[in-house]
Design a protein. Sequence first.
Length: 58
Amino acid sequence: MTATLAAAEADAEANLLREIASQLRGLRFGSVEITVHNGQVVQVERKEKFRINAPTGK
């Protein structure tokens, strides 16, 4: 593997990790799903839930 190819792969991995961290940032309730095909990450999906507290007026 050439040094240029290794550097490009390291950059791609660093970008992927930054994107995953970005999706986790600020997430209070929910999930982050990472989809892998043939050993490669192909999709990062964020599902966020918002909890609504209804007033209890008895």
